[in-house]
Design a protein around this ligand. Sequence first.
Ligand SMILES: C[S@@+](CC[C@H](N)C(=O)[O-])C[C@H]1O[C@@H](n2cnc3c(N)ncnc32)[C@H](O)[C@@H]1O
Length: 378
Amino acid sequence: MDDIQKDSTLEFLATASGGTERALQQELIELGFKSVRLNSGGVPFRGDITEGWRACLHSRIAQRIQIVLGRFEAPDEKSLYEGVKSFHWPRHLTPGHTLSVSAFCHSSNLTHSGYIAQKSKDAIVDMLREHYGERPNVDRRDADMRVFVYLARDRATLYLDLSGAPLFQRGYRTEKGEAPLKETLAAAMLMYSGWDRRTPLWDPMCGSGTIAIEAALWARNIAPGISRDKFGFERWADFDDECAGIMRRMRGDARRDATGEMPGILASDNDPLVLETAKANARRAGTRIAFRQMKIEDIEPDSSPRFVITNPPFDRRLGVDEGFYRRMGAALSRLHGATAAVLSANPLAMKYIPAKEKSSFTLKNGDLDCSLAVFDIP
Ligand SMILES: C[S@@+](CC[C@H](N)C(=O)[O-])C[C@H]1O[C@@H](n2cnc3c(N)ncnc32)[C@H](O)[C@@H]1O
């Protein structure tokens, strides 16, 4: 580990999917990260390099963790190239590593993100060729190092992605139902819904089980990244034996801290095949969840879980019409005293829930604009 890695003022960005920023900010504060701020699209924080690693292992809501390598003015192609080349890339990369570079730009003289990425990649490989006499290859699918260039008002920020594969890929969901939620979105829903991790929880339209599994992992305090073989940063040239030792200890601590009490968690769906998928996913995640095949219309007034959180089918493709939402609302209304949190892109999903909305959040589910509405059922 070198002096730069020990610098406790390194700047990180935890990237968030649309609308999850506040939940991510709250999560990072609860996890004890420092100088946590809020931006649209992400949550900056500061610390030494191990704080970036810890965020990869422990954040349930972040999509990626990136470190800010530096900033410079880039009003034209030449200054972009020189600016990228001015960083000491051999510290992180050798010709044996693979690389990918992507870019995003707005309000700048350079307007083509593909071209910005290309020029930046040229600068990195040229510098490495000058240093080693050889250059690394590009791998768009599974690069050892992913570089991201953000150009706004002619000022470039260079980010290195610590995560590798995006953090929602926990590894347990190898099988999917129809329209599955990203694991990170399910975790953000749980945070926004106000669930206390102790009240029995039920997803009555569980699909591949994402919400119930994320709830179980969170309740037991199982680190979401614990099943990851390697994060991106573990493949970099400067990840030496000392770094590997620190990471081993961090994983060991995370395993030891997975001691939370499991509340009752129930996941049900009317589709038996989908339920088999959910059961297999829950097994792989090492979680204990009760599964039941049932229609939401069959909810009984005395059904026990007091916290319901779900993501109903939202369009005709998934076989629903207004009548379905009317029946769903009637079923939920029988859960007197329960809290219900419903995520949907279809406003009709909320229309027939006969309770006052306690809070609501706008979230992106892929390209879909959704609303998460939380109700106290009278
Ligand atoms: C949008 S998907 C849920 C996806 C889930 N959140 C995931 O991450 O995989 C909606 C689910 O509702 C189920 N469903 C549809 N009608 C139902 C009903 N009447 N009762 C119970 N489940 C139903 C479908 O089988 C489907 O799995």
